[in-house]
Structures are given as structure tokens and as C-alpha cells.
Design a protein around this ligand. Structure first.
Ligand code: NAD
Length: 250
């Protein structure tokens, strides 16, 4: 498939984990990439790997919670490539913390990156998409944005916010040719999940909760982002697709 030949795709959090797999998937389908993340070494690695495969990729080192720097980076990417056809709004953080122990700075940090940051990037990109006559935005939510999981009140609240931000932007921006959808992964093996859970926890989790009998791979999620951003999904907007091996089916 070459659904993104000549298209410009902006991916946030592209330095590792799911964001990196998404960047690789779009590149494999012909896209040019604007890669954005807060960790320079990771992002350089992703960009270098893509460049070695002949993919046109530019790096932007930005913390998505800094709205001024987000605006500047999106403006720079739009200038560099002439347009932005697709936004993959993926950057996010997570950690486990009991609700009664969450300190204000920890609550604010997660909301600032996962919800506010997602909004700054979506708004800055949607402005360019509106000017150019359309585009597709796919936001990274989570099954934790649909159901509660103990120990993640701040994370769950941020992802629930992303689900409703997605629907609202879809309703408001449809008339400008901009589709806005979200993906809700379940348990995906990445540096983020590896930092939180040990192997014993993961084994029990899979046995008790995931009908397909394994954790997800970043590539399981990447294909769904590509589908939602492509013309195969031309009449889909405001949708939330769960990618969880069946976890929320029972
Ligand atoms: N791993 C899972 O099980 C899982 C499940 C559901 C949803 N998600 C979501 O998927 C997304 C990616 O998760 P992952 O597991 O690949 O995580 P990860 O930690 O492996 O990668 C996150 C990426 O986002 C970047 N990032 C983090 N904070 C940033 C900031 N303030 N500004 C710019 N970039 C920033 C990191 O540098 C990194 O490149 C997150 O939004 C996460 O909440 C993950």
C-alpha cells in the first residue's frame, strides 16, 4: 500500500514506542515526516533510521505542553513541507499513583502533557489544515480514557479528555474537511509500559484480562492510525477505535 505517497505527516512522540512504529508505518506507505518529541537522542535515532531508508524526515525538539514552542514548530514544519496532511497526536506520559497520594504538581504534569499538549498541537495543526482545505487528525487516547483503572486517576482523566476533545473537534471542523478520530490502545509493550510493570505483572494481566492472550505490539496500533488517517476512512470522523486484544469486550 502506498496510501500516503507525497503526503506530509506530523507525528508527536516519535522518538520511541508506539509513536516510532507509527512514523515507520507512514513512511512505509510513502509519507514525508515531521517528527516531534522532547528527547533529542531518541528523535535523532528515529530520523536517522528513516533517512537511511530514503525517507524525507525533519526533527522538531519540543515539549508539547509549551504552547508557544508548539506553535513555532508546527509553523516551521508547515513552511518546510508546504502543508501538513495528517497529524498523529501521540506524545504522552504515564505513571501509577494512588488517588489519595497525588500531589498537585504530579496531577498538573500529566494533564499538561497528555491533554493540554495534545490540544496545543491539534489546534496549531488544524489551523493549517483549515487554510489548506482539509486534513486528518488521529489522537492517541487509551482504554484508560473509556474505563477507570485504579492507580491512574490523572492519566485516565487526561485520556478521557482526549476522547471528548476528539469528538468536539470532529463536530466543529468537519465543515472544513478535517476529520478527527482517536485510538484507544489497551496494554502495549513499549518503554512506557516496561518502566511501570514487571514481567510477573504482565503475565498475570495477559492471563486474566486479554482474550487474545498476548500484550499488544506498537505495530498493532500503528496500522489503525494509518487506516484512520487514510482515504479508506474518508467518511469516519469523531470515532474512537479500541485496540486491546479484546480486553474491553468483557
Ligand atoms: N504503552 C501502552 O500500553 C499505551 C496504552 C494506551 C495508550 N498509550 C499512549 O500511547 C502514547 C505513546 O505511548 P508509549 O507507550 O509509546 O510511550 P513511550 O514513553 O515509549 O513514548 C512516548 C513518546 O512521547 C514523547 N514525549 C513524552 N512527553 C513528551 C512531551 N512533553 N513533549 C513531547 N514529546 C513527549 C517521548 O519522548 C517518547 O518519544 C502515549 O500517549 C500513551 O499514553 C500507551
Amino acid at each position: 500500500m502506498n496510501r500516503f505517497a507525497g503526503k506530509v505527516v506530523l507525528v508527536t512522540g516519535a522518538g520511541r514506542g508506539i509513536g516510532k512504529a507509527i512514523a515507520r508505518r507512514f513512511a512505509a506507505e510513502g509519507a514525508k515526516l515531521a517528527l516531534l518529541s522532547d528527547v533529542e537522542a531518541d528523535l535523532r535515532q528515529t530520523a536517522d533510521e528513516l533517512a537511511a531508508e530514503g525517507v524525507e524526515a525533519e526533527r522538531y525538539i519540543v515539549d508539547v505542553s509549551d504552547e508557544r514552542r508548539v506553535e513555532a514548530a508546527v509553523a516551521a514544519a508547515a513552511n518546510r513541507f508546504g502543508r501538513i496532511d495528517v497529524l498523529v497526536n501521540n506524545a504522552g506520559i504515564a505513571w501509577e499513583e494512588p488517588v489519595l497520594d497525588i500531589k498537585p504538581d504530579r496531577w498538573k504534569k500529566i494533564i499538561d502533557v497528555n491533554l493540554n499538549g495534545m490540544f496545543w498541537v491539534a489546534q496549531a495543526t488544524a489551523k493549517r489544515m483549515a487554510e489548506q482545505g482539509g486534513g486528518a487528525i488521529v489522537n492517541m487516547a487509551s482504554t484508560n480514557g473509556l474505563v477507570g483503572e485504579a492507580g491512574y486517576a490523572h492519566y485516565n482523566a487526561s485520556k478521557g479528555g482526549v476522547v471528548l476533545l476528539t469528538k468536539t473537534m470532529a463536530v466543529e471542523l468537519g465543515c472544513k474537511g478535517i476529520r478527527v478520530n482517536a485510538v484507544c490502545p489497551g496494554y502495549i509493550q513499549t518503554p512506557m509500559s516496561e518502566a511501570i510493570d514487571d514481567a510477573e505483572f504482565v503475565e498475570r494481566y495477559v492471563r486474566d484480562k486479554i482474550p487474545l492472550g498476548r500484550v499488544g505490539r506498537p505495530e498493532d496500533v500503528a496500522g489503525v492510525f494509518a487506516f484512520l488517517a487514510s482515504d479508506d476512512a474518508a467518511f469516519i470522523t469523531g470515532e474512537t477505535i479500541v485496540v486491546d486484544g479484546g480486553q474491553l469486550a468483557f
